[in-house]
Design a protein around this ligand. Sequence first.
Ligand SMILES: Cc1cc2nc3c(=O)[nH]c(=O)nc-3n(C[C@H](O)[C@H](O)[C@H](O)COP(=O)(O)O)c2cc1C
Length: 213
Amino acid sequence: MPETKVRCLVFSGSLRTGSLNTRLAVLARRAIEAHGATVDYASMRDFDCPSYDQDAEAKGGLPPGAEAFRVRLEANDAFVIASPEYNASMPGLLKNLIDWVSRHRPQPFNERHGMLLSASPSMVGGNRGLWSLRVPLEHLGARVYPDMFSLAQAHQAFDADGGLANTELAARFQQTLAGFLDLVEAAKNYPCAKKAWVEFLGEHPNAATDRVE
Ligand SMILES: Cc1cc2nc3c(=O)[nH]c(=O)nc-3n(C[C@H](O)[C@H](O)[C@H](O)COP(=O)(O)O)c2cc1C
């Protein structure tokens, strides 16, 4: 009997001690486990990589951090990232990691489900960063959940137990994750028709330029 339980990789895109995004990732872990899915909780430190360099790739393939991410991505049905917003975009280290991992074949993001969270002291909770993070992930064929949870004024949002102090917001957080997990579970157990990853769907087929799996 194949495993029907959803497996979910959860990590924060921040390396900072005391990171608000790490606190949100820990809370997501709790909510996902409470919903009955299995969590593989990771630290961004596990995935630390040098700057992407095509010469280095040609010589040695993926560096250990990118390889570790690839292996854990492939072992899970879904991923949840709690990412800081840096200068209205995603952190460079996260984009660098995505670039490295995108070089592996079969391309590991394809058909994997993703959910994006962010936390920031600002009023919009780092939501602009998630729109930029969505772009490469969707380009790579990840099924990024339409709802994104951005925790505004995050430095004041947590209670002593690590939960969200506002009970309505806490319920909304759990419901959003539950909706995502139900969709992943449905897709896992009732697979859709999509079989191939085509980087540029409308491009004329041509052996020299095709990026099709
Ligand atoms: C380089 C840099 C750029 C930042 N840019 C933004 C920004 O555009 N929007 C925002 O809401 N916060 C921005 N911040 C503040 C972060 O949201 C804040 O430091 C947050 O706590 C970082 O996430 P972390 O706590 O998970 O490390 C920036 C912080 C840094 C270090």
